[in-house]
Ligand binder design. Structure first.
Ligand SMILES: Cc1ncc(COP(=O)(O)O)c(C=O)c1O
Length: 478
């Protein structure tokens, strides 16, 4: 009998071995282990683990939007249509959606880019958002924005001018990008965000990064995350104009990750599509991919895996190849598509669901603004901490000075100083955050990312725990 495995780490796709995703990395593994230990009664200096590693709002206690859940319930079980408890606008919406489903069932495959009705509603949403006509044929629904971002990045897997392809991404970044580039074997060209200027995106830094990467690679695309994850900045309109000009001058395909466009706290959001249009030719003729999701914003339906992208002005044959590649996967979940429909066409004034929808959405925005203020004020009041304002998204990314003795202790354990810090924080307080090295950071600086959408009490407990831990850490290592 053969004993060897036919697939081993030596003979599988080696790109997979380079994929890292810190948001669900070793710190979370340890947190889950600690949770099991707590259940078994192992004594700890805290009662429970506070999970702040992932932007999963419902997991933190945010209530689902009633309108979305009613639409999903009826779409899945049309027998509920006769229930007197369901508002008329929900029934009407579900009838419209089911009319677009084969045999009126969300259990049937949809077209691979998504239900035509939902794509048309998404196009209407974009037209209203940007004041620029959008076409439903440019809209592709997917299993979350992650699915579509990977699909678009796949377009760049091709050597050009004898050089391997590279994609420019921000540092710090959301590790979907670094992970997917690794998986696809694409090179990563880092550009650093300017922490001293509220994580602004400086064109001189884009230029530096491009020059450096272009020596050995063919740089194909520029990724922008706006509002930023993990950094929480919202780009100004002027900054977006500069970025668009840069991409034009360097023949780069623009990928605008705008998934936090509804998580706006203090600065207005400008879409790349709108700014390009307002700049006029030649910029208004550039290609663009922009990404939206139901996982974020007021919907925050992460578990439904529903997102969408707009791909504009692609060469016809490129769009056809992209569509065929998407068709191989059949289609994104149709219940997820129902959620997309609700987010791009929420209840409007005069409809029965409108007052409750407005109240629920207002509450979600209020909590976000409150937590952002608490995080900003708390972190800036801890010695050795600094934190930029959180203008959008749902994260804080404070910078922490880690004493040299602690840095040495980390090295001795073979881990980075920020990992060491976050592990100690977890072991001593139960607070689970993600080290900055998982997102990338300027060498010599240390950060962590925390989600900010916990209940007020839990968030306050977390802030207090972090402060006490840090003061003790300083006493031990300074
Ligand atoms: C910046 C950014 N882009 C994309 C995604 C992917 O979201 P999803 O695949 O859940 O739509 C996330 C999720 O956290 C994100 O933070």
């Amino acid at each position: 009998m053969k004993l060897e495995k036919c697939i081993t780490v030596d003979n599988i796709n080696q790109n997979l071995l380079n994929v890292k995703y810190a948001v669900r990395g070793p710190i979370l593994e340890r947190a889950l282990q600690i949770e099991r230990e707590l259940v078994k009664g192992v004594p700890k200096p805290f009662k429970y683990v506070v999970r702040a590693n992932i932007g999963d709002c419902h997991a933190l206690g945010q209530k689902p939007i009633t309108f979305i859940r009613q639409v999903l319930a009826l779409a899945a079980c049309p027998q509920l249509m006769s229930s007197p408890d369901v508002p008329e606008d929900v029934k009407k919406r579900v009838q419209d959606i089911l009319h677009d489903c084969t045999k009126r069932s969300v259990g049937s495959y949809s077209p691979s880019a998504g239900l035509t009705l939902v794509r048309k509603h998404a196009a209407a949403y974009l037209t209203a958002r940007d004041g620029v006509p959008a076409s439903y044929e440019d809209i592709y629904l997917g299993s979350g924005a992650s699915d579509l971002i990977k699909a678009v990045l796949t377009l760049f897997v091709k050597d050009a001018d004898g050089k391997p392809p590279a994609v420019m991404i921000p540092i710090p970044q959301y590790p979907l990008f670094s992970g997917t580039l690794s998986e696809l074997g694409l090179r990563q060209a880092n550009y650093y965000l300017d922490e001293e200027h509220n994580w602004a995106l400086q064109v001189a830094e884009l230029e530096r990064s491009w020059q450096q990467a272009s020596v050995n690679s063919h740089v194909r695309a520029l990724v922008i995350i706006n509002p930023g994850n993990p950094t929480g900045q919202v780009l100004t309109r002027e900054n977006i104009e500069e970025i668009i000009k840069f991409a034009y001058d360097h023949d780069l395909f623009l990928m605008a990750d705008e998934v936090y466009q509804e998580n706006i706290i203090s600065k207005p959001f400008h879409s790349f599509k709108k700014v390009m249009h307002e700049m006029g030719p030649p910029y208004s003729g550039m290609e663009l991919a922009s990404f939206v999701t139901c996982s974020k914003g007021w919907a925050a339906e992460c578990g439904l895996r529903a997102g969408w992208a707009e791909l504009v002005r692609l060469q016809r044959d490129v769009a056809a190849a992209f569509s065929t590649a998407r068709a191989v996967l059949q289609c994104p979940t149709v219940l997820g598509q129902c959620a997309v429909d609700c987010t791009v066409k929420p209840p409007s004034p005069g409809e029965a669901s409108y007052p409750q929808f407005c109240a629920e959405r207002r509450d979600i925005h209020r909590v976000l603004a409150e937590r952002a203020a608490t995080a900003y004020n708390t972190f800036n009041s801890i010695p050795g901490y600094s934190c930029n304002p959180i203008d959008g998204s749902m994260f804080a990314f404070p910078r922490v000075e880690i004493p040299e003795n602690a840095q040495r202790a980390a090295l001795e354990q073979g881990i980075s100083p920020d990992e060491f810090y976050c592990l100690r924080l977890l072991e001593e307080t139960g607070v689970c955050v993600v080290p900055g090295s998982g997102f990338g950071q300027k060498p010599g600086t240390f950060h962590f990312r925390t989600t900010i959408l916990h209940s007020r009490e839990e968030f306050q407990h977390m802030m207090d725990s972090i402060r006490q831990f840090h003061l003790q850490f300083l006493r031990q290592y300074s």
